[in-house]
Design a protein around this ligand. Structure first.
Ligand code: FAD
Length: 286
Protein backbone atom coordinates (compact mmCIF):
# COMPACT_ATOMS: atom_id res chain seq x y z
CA UNK A 1 0.00 0.00 0.00
CA UNK A 2 1.31 3.45 -0.91
CA UNK A 3 2.12 6.19 1.60
CA UNK A 4 -0.65 8.51 0.43
CA UNK A 5 -3.21 5.76 0.96
CA UNK A 6 -1.79 4.68 4.35
CA UNK A 7 -1.90 8.16 5.88
CA UNK A 8 -4.77 9.37 3.68
CA UNK A 9 -2.51 12.33 2.78
CA UNK A 10 -3.33 13.89 6.14
CA UNK A 11 -0.89 15.89 8.21
CA UNK A 12 -2.92 15.05 11.34
CA UNK A 13 -5.22 12.23 12.29
CA UNK A 14 -7.18 14.87 14.09
CA UNK A 15 -10.61 13.23 14.26
CA UNK A 16 -12.17 11.83 17.41
CA UNK A 17 -11.19 8.24 18.27
CA UNK A 18 -8.46 8.32 15.62
CA UNK A 19 -5.61 5.89 16.19
CA UNK A 20 -2.27 6.80 14.68
CA UNK A 21 -0.85 4.41 12.10
CA UNK A 22 1.92 2.29 13.60
CA UNK A 23 5.12 1.43 11.73
CA UNK A 24 8.55 0.04 12.61
CA UNK A 25 12.13 0.59 11.51
CA UNK A 26 14.60 -2.30 11.54
CA UNK A 27 18.21 -2.58 10.43
CA UNK A 28 20.23 -5.41 8.88
CA UNK A 29 21.57 -7.66 11.68
CA UNK A 30 25.31 -7.13 12.08
CA UNK A 31 26.04 -10.88 12.02
CA UNK A 32 23.87 -11.30 8.87
CA UNK A 33 21.69 -13.74 10.82
CA UNK A 34 18.26 -12.60 9.77
CA UNK A 35 16.35 -15.37 11.56
CA UNK A 36 16.40 -13.53 14.91
CA UNK A 37 15.04 -10.42 13.21
CA UNK A 38 12.27 -12.52 11.68
CA UNK A 39 11.28 -13.67 15.18
CA UNK A 40 11.06 -10.04 16.36
CA UNK A 41 9.06 -9.08 13.27
CA UNK A 42 6.60 -11.93 13.82
CA UNK A 43 5.92 -10.55 17.31
CA UNK A 44 5.55 -7.00 16.03
CA UNK A 45 3.12 -8.18 13.35
CA UNK A 46 0.41 -8.52 16.00
CA UNK A 47 0.30 -4.70 16.16
CA UNK A 48 -0.76 -4.59 12.52
CA UNK A 49 1.92 -2.16 11.32
CA UNK A 50 1.15 -0.16 8.19
CA UNK A 51 4.75 -0.58 7.12
CA UNK A 52 8.21 -1.79 8.02
CA UNK A 53 11.09 0.46 7.07
CA UNK A 54 14.54 -1.00 6.47
CA UNK A 55 17.66 1.07 6.96
CA UNK A 56 20.38 1.36 4.35
CA UNK A 57 23.98 1.81 5.49
CA UNK A 58 22.84 3.85 8.51
CA UNK A 59 25.23 5.54 10.99
CA UNK A 60 27.96 5.82 8.39
CA UNK A 61 28.13 2.02 8.02
CA UNK A 62 27.72 -0.07 4.89
CA UNK A 63 25.27 -2.53 6.35
CA UNK A 64 22.37 -3.11 3.95
CA UNK A 65 19.59 -5.61 3.44
CA UNK A 66 20.10 -7.71 0.33
CA UNK A 67 17.30 -7.98 -2.22
CA UNK A 68 16.85 -11.58 -1.00
CA UNK A 69 16.26 -10.27 2.54
CA UNK A 70 13.74 -7.74 1.24
CA UNK A 71 11.88 -10.53 -0.54
CA UNK A 72 11.86 -12.72 2.58
CA UNK A 73 10.56 -9.90 4.79
CA UNK A 74 7.95 -8.97 2.20
CA UNK A 75 6.88 -12.65 2.16
CA UNK A 76 5.97 -12.29 5.86
CA UNK A 77 3.20 -10.06 4.43
CA UNK A 78 4.61 -6.75 5.48
CA UNK A 79 4.27 -3.57 3.49
CA UNK A 80 7.88 -2.43 3.01
CA UNK A 81 9.61 0.91 2.79
CA UNK A 82 13.32 0.30 2.18
CA UNK A 83 15.52 3.33 2.86
CA UNK A 84 17.94 4.41 0.18
CA UNK A 85 20.81 6.92 0.35
CA UNK A 86 22.23 8.47 -2.81
CA UNK A 87 25.38 10.12 -1.59
CA UNK A 88 27.92 7.43 -2.38
CA UNK A 89 26.42 6.08 -5.61
CA UNK A 90 26.53 6.93 -9.27
CA UNK A 91 23.37 7.86 -11.16
CA UNK A 92 23.43 4.54 -13.08
CA UNK A 93 23.77 2.51 -9.85
CA UNK A 94 20.91 4.43 -8.29
CA UNK A 95 18.74 3.80 -11.32
CA UNK A 96 19.46 0.05 -11.19
CA UNK A 97 18.70 -0.05 -7.47
CA UNK A 98 15.37 1.77 -7.54
CA UNK A 99 14.16 -0.20 -10.53
CA UNK A 100 15.11 -3.45 -8.77
CA UNK A 101 13.11 -2.32 -5.72
CA UNK A 102 10.10 -1.59 -7.89
CA UNK A 103 10.46 -4.94 -9.67
CA UNK A 104 10.22 -6.71 -6.30
CA UNK A 105 6.68 -5.36 -6.09
CA UNK A 106 7.61 -2.91 -3.31
CA UNK A 107 5.59 0.32 -3.46
CA UNK A 108 7.43 2.70 -1.12
CA UNK A 109 10.94 4.02 -0.56
CA UNK A 110 12.49 6.45 1.94
CA UNK A 111 14.68 8.74 -0.17
CA UNK A 112 17.69 10.06 1.71
CA UNK A 113 20.89 11.84 0.93
CA UNK A 114 22.83 10.00 3.65
CA UNK A 115 25.76 11.34 5.62
CA UNK A 116 28.59 12.52 3.42
CA UNK A 117 31.78 10.54 4.19
CA UNK A 118 34.79 12.79 4.78
CA UNK A 119 36.80 11.17 1.98
CA UNK A 120 34.26 12.11 -0.72
CA UNK A 121 34.92 15.05 -3.01
CA UNK A 122 31.49 16.69 -2.93
CA UNK A 123 31.90 18.26 -6.38
CA UNK A 124 32.02 14.76 -7.89
CA UNK A 125 28.61 13.68 -6.54
CA UNK A 126 25.80 12.87 -8.99
CA UNK A 127 23.22 13.73 -6.30
CA UNK A 128 24.03 16.33 -3.67
CA UNK A 129 20.70 16.55 -1.87
CA UNK A 130 17.73 14.31 -1.28
CA UNK A 131 15.39 16.51 -3.38
CA UNK A 132 17.42 15.51 -6.48
CA UNK A 133 16.99 11.84 -5.55
CA UNK A 134 13.24 12.30 -5.07
CA UNK A 135 12.99 13.90 -8.51
CA UNK A 136 14.98 11.04 -10.07
CA UNK A 137 12.90 8.30 -8.39
CA UNK A 138 9.73 10.07 -9.54
CA UNK A 139 11.06 10.19 -13.10
CA UNK A 140 12.20 6.56 -13.26
CA UNK A 141 9.64 4.66 -11.15
CA UNK A 142 6.13 4.77 -9.73
CA UNK A 143 7.42 4.30 -6.17
CA UNK A 144 5.73 6.33 -3.45
CA UNK A 145 8.38 8.39 -1.68
CA UNK A 146 8.96 9.21 1.98
CA UNK A 147 11.56 11.77 3.05
CA UNK A 148 13.33 12.67 6.30
CA UNK A 149 12.33 15.60 8.51
CA UNK A 150 14.15 17.05 11.51
CA UNK A 151 12.02 18.56 14.32
CA UNK A 152 15.08 20.37 15.72
CA UNK A 153 16.68 21.06 12.34
CA UNK A 154 19.21 18.89 10.51
CA UNK A 155 22.64 19.01 12.10
CA UNK A 156 24.19 20.80 9.08
CA UNK A 157 21.46 23.41 8.70
CA UNK A 158 21.97 26.89 10.20
CA UNK A 159 18.41 26.95 11.56
CA UNK A 160 15.03 25.23 11.43
CA UNK A 161 13.48 27.61 8.90
CA UNK A 162 16.27 27.08 6.39
CA UNK A 163 15.97 23.31 6.89
CA UNK A 164 12.20 23.45 6.29
CA UNK A 165 12.81 25.45 3.08
CA UNK A 166 14.95 22.52 1.94
CA UNK A 167 12.29 20.05 3.09
CA UNK A 168 9.86 21.91 0.80
CA UNK A 169 12.19 21.14 -2.14
CA UNK A 170 11.77 17.40 -1.42
CA UNK A 171 8.02 17.82 -1.17
CA UNK A 172 7.83 19.81 -4.42
CA UNK A 173 9.93 17.11 -6.10
CA UNK A 174 7.21 14.54 -5.30
CA UNK A 175 7.46 13.21 -1.73
CA UNK A 176 4.28 11.78 -0.19
CA UNK A 177 5.13 11.68 3.54
CA UNK A 178 7.70 12.98 6.03
CA UNK A 179 9.29 10.65 8.60
CA UNK A 180 10.98 12.50 11.42
CA UNK A 181 14.25 12.08 13.20
CA UNK A 182 13.87 10.84 16.77
CA UNK A 183 12.98 13.48 19.35
CA UNK A 184 12.13 13.44 23.06
CA UNK A 185 10.63 16.87 23.59
CA UNK A 186 7.17 16.85 22.04
CA UNK A 187 7.07 20.65 22.04
CA UNK A 188 9.84 20.57 19.44
CA UNK A 189 7.66 18.31 17.29
CA UNK A 190 4.54 20.46 17.71
CA UNK A 191 6.52 23.60 16.80
CA UNK A 192 7.99 21.80 13.80
CA UNK A 193 4.63 20.68 12.47
CA UNK A 194 3.34 24.24 12.83
CA UNK A 195 6.31 25.62 10.85
CA UNK A 196 6.08 22.87 8.22
CA UNK A 197 2.40 23.68 7.78
CA UNK A 198 3.14 27.42 7.59
CA UNK A 199 5.66 26.76 4.80
CA UNK A 200 2.83 25.45 2.62
CA UNK A 201 3.55 21.74 3.10
CA UNK A 202 0.47 19.64 3.65
CA UNK A 203 1.80 16.10 3.98
CA UNK A 204 1.66 13.50 6.76
CA UNK A 205 4.41 14.12 9.34
CA UNK A 206 5.08 10.75 10.96
CA UNK A 207 6.72 11.00 14.40
CA UNK A 208 9.94 9.03 14.91
CA UNK A 209 10.01 7.40 18.36
CA UNK A 210 13.18 5.94 19.83
CA UNK A 211 12.57 4.22 23.16
CA UNK A 212 15.70 4.53 25.27
CA UNK A 213 17.23 1.15 26.18
CA UNK A 214 20.46 2.25 27.81
CA UNK A 215 21.91 5.40 29.35
CA UNK A 216 24.87 5.35 26.95
CA UNK A 217 22.48 5.85 24.02
CA UNK A 218 22.10 9.54 24.93
CA UNK A 219 25.70 10.42 24.22
CA UNK A 220 25.62 8.59 20.92
CA UNK A 221 22.39 10.27 19.79
CA UNK A 222 23.41 13.78 20.71
CA UNK A 223 26.72 13.41 18.88
CA UNK A 224 24.92 12.40 15.68
CA UNK A 225 21.89 14.65 15.62
CA UNK A 226 20.27 17.69 17.19
CA UNK A 227 18.17 16.12 19.91
CA UNK A 228 17.09 17.84 23.13
CA UNK A 229 16.59 15.82 26.27
CA UNK A 230 14.01 17.08 28.77
CA UNK A 231 15.83 17.75 32.05
CA UNK A 232 13.89 15.21 34.10
CA UNK A 233 14.55 12.42 31.62
CA UNK A 234 18.26 13.23 31.56
CA UNK A 235 18.47 13.46 35.36
CA UNK A 236 16.61 10.17 35.84
CA UNK A 237 18.91 8.38 33.41
CA UNK A 238 21.99 9.81 35.07
CA UNK A 239 20.78 8.87 38.55
CA UNK A 240 19.53 5.38 37.67
CA UNK A 241 21.49 4.17 34.61
CA UNK A 242 20.70 0.53 35.47
CA UNK A 243 16.96 1.32 35.12
CA UNK A 244 17.40 3.01 31.73
CA UNK A 245 15.14 0.61 29.86
CA UNK A 246 12.30 0.98 32.35
CA UNK A 247 12.69 4.77 32.39
CA UNK A 248 12.82 4.78 28.58
CA UNK A 249 9.67 2.67 28.28
CA UNK A 250 7.69 4.81 30.71
CA UNK A 251 8.87 7.97 28.99
CA UNK A 252 7.95 6.68 25.52
CA UNK A 253 4.45 5.70 26.72
CA UNK A 254 3.81 9.24 28.02
CA UNK A 255 5.38 10.78 24.93
CA UNK A 256 3.21 8.72 22.57
CA UNK A 257 0.00 9.39 24.53
CA UNK A 258 0.69 13.13 24.31
CA UNK A 259 1.35 12.86 20.55
CA UNK A 260 -1.87 10.93 20.07
CA UNK A 261 -3.78 13.65 21.91
CA UNK A 262 -2.20 16.16 19.54
CA UNK A 263 -3.55 14.11 16.63
CA UNK A 264 -0.32 12.74 15.19
CA UNK A 265 -1.04 10.76 11.99
CA UNK A 266 1.61 8.09 12.56
CA UNK A 267 4.12 6.75 15.09
CA UNK A 268 7.24 5.23 13.55
CA UNK A 269 9.24 3.22 16.10
CA UNK A 270 13.00 2.84 15.76
CA UNK A 271 12.94 -0.69 17.18
CA UNK A 272 16.71 -1.37 17.18
CA UNK A 273 15.54 -4.87 16.16
CA UNK A 274 13.95 -5.58 19.57
CA UNK A 275 10.23 -6.25 19.91
CA UNK A 276 9.96 -6.39 23.73
CA UNK A 277 10.10 -2.70 24.61
CA UNK A 278 8.03 -1.50 21.63
CA UNK A 279 5.40 -4.18 22.42
CA UNK A 280 5.12 -2.94 26.01
CA UNK A 281 4.74 0.65 24.82
CA UNK A 282 2.08 -0.25 22.27
CA UNK A 283 0.14 -2.35 24.78
CA UNK A 284 -0.09 0.79 26.91
CA UNK A 285 -1.09 3.30 24.27
CA UNK A 286 -3.45 1.54 21.86
P1 FAD B 1 18.82 16.33 2.67
O1 FAD B 1 17.35 16.48 2.62
O2 FAD B 1 19.57 16.46 1.39
O3 FAD B 1 19.35 17.40 3.73
C1 FAD B 1 20.72 17.40 4.18
C2 FAD B 1 21.13 18.82 4.55
O4 FAD B 1 21.22 19.64 3.36
C3 FAD B 1 20.14 19.55 5.45
O5 FAD B 1 20.88 20.38 6.31
C4 FAD B 1 19.29 20.37 4.49
O6 FAD B 1 18.76 21.54 5.11
C5 FAD B 1 20.28 20.71 3.38
N1 FAD B 1 19.65 20.73 2.04
C6 FAD B 1 18.72 19.85 1.57
N2 FAD B 1 18.43 20.11 0.27
C7 FAD B 1 19.18 21.16 -0.08
C8 FAD B 1 19.35 21.90 -1.29
N3 FAD B 1 18.66 21.58 -2.41
N4 FAD B 1 20.25 22.92 -1.33
C9 FAD B 1 20.96 23.26 -0.22
N5 FAD B 1 20.84 22.59 0.97
C10 FAD B 1 19.98 21.57 1.04
N6 FAD B 1 20.96 7.55 6.97
C11 FAD B 1 21.47 6.45 6.40
O7 FAD B 1 22.65 6.43 6.01
N7 FAD B 1 20.71 5.30 6.26
C12 FAD B 1 19.41 5.24 6.67
O8 FAD B 1 18.76 4.21 6.53
C13 FAD B 1 18.85 6.40 7.27
N8 FAD B 1 17.55 6.41 7.69
C14 FAD B 1 17.01 7.57 8.19
C15 FAD B 1 15.66 7.57 8.57
C16 FAD B 1 15.07 8.72 9.08
C17 FAD B 1 13.60 8.71 9.48
C18 FAD B 1 15.85 9.92 9.22
C19 FAD B 1 15.23 11.16 9.80
C20 FAD B 1 17.19 9.92 8.86
C21 FAD B 1 17.79 8.76 8.33
N9 FAD B 1 19.13 8.71 7.95
C22 FAD B 1 19.66 7.57 7.41
C23 FAD B 1 20.00 9.87 8.19
C24 FAD B 1 20.17 10.80 6.95
O9 FAD B 1 20.76 10.11 5.88
C25 FAD B 1 21.06 11.97 7.38
O10 FAD B 1 20.40 12.75 8.34
C26 FAD B 1 21.63 12.83 6.27
O11 FAD B 1 22.66 13.65 6.82
C27 FAD B 1 20.63 13.75 5.60
O12 FAD B 1 19.78 13.07 4.77
P2 FAD B 1 18.50 13.83 4.15
O13 FAD B 1 17.84 12.89 3.23
O14 FAD B 1 17.70 14.47 5.20
O15 FAD B 1 19.27 14.98 3.29
Amino acid sequence: MELAEIYQSKMFGGVENFSPKISFEVFPPKNNDISQLFEELRILKSFDPVLISLTYGANGGLNRFSFEDLKSIRDLEFNLMPHFTCVSSLRSEIEDHIIAIENLGIENILALRGDIPEYIDQTSLDFRHANELVEFIKEKTTLSIGVAGYPEGHIESPNLISDIKNLKKKVDAGASAIFTQLFFDNNKFFHYVEKVCASGINLPVVAGIMPIRSASQIEKMTSMARVSFPKKLKDDLEKFPEDAKKIGTEYAIKQCLDLIEFGVCGLHFFTLNHSDQVSEILENIL
